[in-house]
Ligand binder design. Structure first.
Ligand code: HEC
Ligand code: HEC
Length: 343
């Protein structure tokens, strides 16, 4: 298992490097429309893999993690819980450009869905967290989230007899920051959305997709979307500049620090506007799009990435087919389809 993990990480790193080096060269050479040939994925001959079934977690730990996810006791003012911005009864996010934190206060960026987030190699739009546990650390301290500290949070939980007992039943050392992180992250790892029509197709059910949807998947590969959106999450494992074939932000009056991407973390010029490629799982139900939630229409989002990430203008006919394919990526959580339709 250990070697497999190491291999995955190395493979991802070299892919990041490979893309990072090649795409700018392609851009400079002035061949809009050409995408570099990508190295083969380590398993299978499709660039996309079906979601695995949710992991089996100790039921007491799962229940504790779920409870913490829903409980505003984690935040300093007792007003905000994970679920406030990541609605599990809906799409695992908030259907607004930037989530409301407290009355009159909005987050700086769009909230990505927590569904399937455990399968991303990096968390956040700029990928600054390498694990779910690290991601939780950042929520606890974040002014725009829980605005608290671990000692304060642990003290609040320890003052509650029900939590003292619930932790004791799962962890020998009771309530600690590491155990809070572990419980929530273990719950998050079960937030997978299997059963999408596309996954059924990948597993061999030819009838799961219509002819148009299959053509859409072929176009998705042919146009080179899979250079960036690939693997089990169709994204989540690479970093890329937003605006390889032109300045995505040219029409903006103002550029926020969140628009700078990884530059904010590293201060390196080559990281300006570089973001983690987002997952496209459930993308038809996770509008609005992009790190700033600036686009509400999926077709328009695809037009923009085609132009700025591939240097292409995709004809309307192909665009509708790609859209039809993207809609087959919607799965179910606990038997409930995320698109709200019965299946
Ligand atoms: C006030 C709203 C808010 C709250 C509360 C909140 N989040 Fe988030 N969450 C966001 C936003 C906004 C982002 C994106 C931030 C960024 O990329 O800089 C995010 C990102 C994430 C991600 C990364 C997903 C990805 O694809 O990169 C995960 C996982 C996540 N949140 C889980 C949680 C958990 C667990 C909690 C509770 C401990 C929580 N969030 C609380 C708004 C919130
Ligand atoms: C060179 C890498 C690259 C290629 C190629 C690429 N994308 Fe993306 N895509 C990105 C990045 C990076 C973002 C996120 C930008 C941001 O920060 O908002 C993104 C965002 C998106 C989004 C919005 C997702 C969301 O949740 O906000 C969609 C939809 C999308 N891409 C679809 C496609 C399609 C369809 C293609 C092929 C026509 C494609 N992409 C090609 C890198 C790429």
């Amino acid at each position: 298992m250990k070697t497999v993990l190491t291999f995955r990480v190395h493979w991802q790193r070299s892919l990041v490097l490979f893309l990072g080096l090649l795409l700018p060269v392609v851009a400079l050479a002035g061949h809009p429309g050409t995408v570099p040939d990508m190295p083969q994925m380590p398993a299978g001959n499709e660039p996309v893999l079906p979601l695995p079934p949710p992991p089996v977690v100790d039921p007491l730990k799962l229940e504790l993690g779920r409870r913490l996810f829903y409980d505003p006791i984690l935040s300093a003012d007792g007003a905000v819980a994970c679920v406030s911005c990541h609605d599990l009864a809906d799409n695992g996010a908030q259907r607004v450009a930037r989530p409301v934190v407290r009355p009159g206060q909005r987050h700086l960026v769009n909230a990505p869905t927590v569904f399937n987030a455990s399968l991303n190699a990096f968390q956040f739009w700029d990928g600054r967290a390498g694990s779910l546990e690290e991601q939780i650390d950042s929520v606890v301290r974040g002014e725009l989230e829980f605005a608290t500290s671990w000692p304060e949070l642990v003290a609040r939980l320890k003052a509650r007899e029900d939590y003292v007992q619930a932790f004791q039943r799962v962890y020998a050392d009771g309530i600690t920051p590491a155990n809070v992180r572990d419980a929530i992250a273990s719950f998050e790892r079960t937030l997978l959305t299997p059963g999408s029509r596309f996954d059924r197709y990948l597993r061999g059910d030819e009838a799961a997709l219509s002819a148009e949807e299959k053509q859409g998947y072929q176009l998705f590969k042919d146009y080179g979307c899979t250079a960036c959106h690939q693997g089990v999450n169709l994204g989540g494992n690479l970093f890329q500049r937003l605006g390889i074939f032109g300045d995505f932000f040219a029409a903006r009056d103002e550029i926020s620090s969140a628009d700078l991407g990884r530059f904010t973390l590293t201060g390196r010029e080559q990281d300006r506007h570089v973001f983690r490629v987002p997952s496209l799982r459930n993308v038809a139900v996770t509008a609005p799009y992009f790190h700033d939630g600036s686009v509400t229409d999926l077709k328009q989002a695809v037009r923009l990435v085609a132009r700025y990430q591939l240097g292409r203008i995709i004809p309307e006919r192909d665009l509708s087919r790609i859209l039809a394919f993207l809609k087959t990526l919607t799965g179910s959580y606990e038997g409930r389809p995320l698109d709200g339709k019965r299946r």
